[in-house]
Design a protein around this ligand. Structure first.
Ligand code: ADP
Ligand code: MG
Length: 323
């Protein structure tokens, strides 16, 4: 069992950031309103995700770490029209097979919580514990038993950057959840979780990024755009602050990048890679999302229409604002 899990783990768990992503998505699926992410040594030695979600019942704990065990129902259609997060019951089993795990969890129906330790994917200890509702998972010594994979990891600063990108994007796409992010005992940020997009951006990126942002809000038939863009002269070296979400999911899209460039071109031709946080809503049958969770690529069925809508929305906003 543990060997096949370790092979499967390669699919899901490429690096510490993939662990953070999977655990965060589980916490979100568990209806949490407050989530803490703590990492040490770029997540290589320590990753802790604590949430106040629904928790796992003691009798379900074994099952949660089995491969293909999911409490989330997927029909064939749902897999193609994927709205729920997660990877169909692979994540916890895969992570457990390449690390040592400690989990503390309690549902609102249980008087006591459960604390369990796992080694090589098996629960080796398990006891009752007093704790609040929700789940805390600590992942220690990632890839300790897969040296090839461990060697393949990048420097601590590079791996920390991968994690921060995941945490930032997940926090940006869930403004109604409060995220607290801690790196090596240092508080990085705590988002409010009250639904305010601007305050979420401000909290994560600080005043320098937030101060020149103006709100976009536009609609065209079944497409809706909201977000923030900058209307001042701006040159950046890359697109790292052009962040877009389609139907609540962080995506990378050439169509969106091109739409941004075109939208700025006439009014602010000197701008390069202007800061944009764009949230597009469109019927999910009009987009193809690659169903592998690590891939963020998206394809629009009608690229032209999306492109024109985004370009027009940006142009119109810039026109109306003081440049
Ligand atoms: P999936 O998310 O695809 O169902 P996972 O392996 O990620 O598969 O998780 C397995 C199961 O463990 C989930 O279906 C869920 O029932 C439970 N679970 C995992 N993390 C949490 C959490 N933070 N809170 C509550 N339940 C959880
Ligand atoms: Mg999952």
């Amino acid at each position: 069992k543990s060997v096949s899990n370790r092979i499967a783990a390669g699919e899901v768990v490429e690096r510490p950031a993939s662990v953070v992503k999977e655990l965060l998505e589980n916490s979100i699926d568990a209806n949490s309103s407050s989530i803490v992410i703590e990492i040490k040594e770029a997540g290589k030695s320590y990753i802790r995700i604590s949430d106040d979600g629904v928790g796992i019942k003691r009798e379900d704990l074994n099952l949660a770490f089995e491969r293909h065990a999911t409490s989330k129902i997927y029909s064939d259609e749902e897999i193609y029209d994927i709205k729920s997060l997660g990877f169909r019951g692979e994540a916890l089993a895969s992570i457990a097979s390449v690390s040592n795990i400690e989990i503390i969890t309690r549902t609102s129906e249980d008087e006591f919580g459960t604390k369990a330790e796992l080694m090589n994917g098996d629960i080796i200890r398990n006891s009752s514990i007093g704790c609040p509702n929700g789940t805390t998972i600590v992942v220690k010594d990632l890839f300790y038993n897969t040296p090839a994979r461990h060697k393949f990891l990048k420097s601590n600063s590079a791996e920390t950057n991968y994690i921060s990108t995941i945490v930032n994007n997940i926090a940006l796409s869930h403004p109604y959840i409060s995220f607290r992010y801690i790196i090596d005992n240092r508080n990085i940020f705590t988002t409010q979780g009250k639904g305010d997009l601007y305050s979420t951006i401000y909290t994560i990126y600080g005043r320098e990024v937030a101060k020149n942002l103006i709100e976009v809000n536009n609609e065209d038939g079944d497409m809706k755009l909201k977000g923030y863009i900058t209307n001042t002269s701006y040159t950046r070296g890359n697109r790292s602050l052009q962040i877009s979400f389609v139907n609540g999911r962080y995506v990378k899209s050439k169509v969106i990048s091109k739409a941004i460039d075109t939208g700025y071109k006439t009014l602010l031709p000197q701008n390069r890679f202007s800061i944009c946080f764009l949230y597009l809503e469109t019927p999910s049958n009009k987009v193809d999302v690659n169903i592998h969770p690590a891939k963020l690529q998206i394809r629009f069925r009608d690229e032209r229409r999306v492109m024109d809508f985004l370009t027009a929305s940006i142009k119109e906003k810039l026109l109306k604002s003081d440049l």
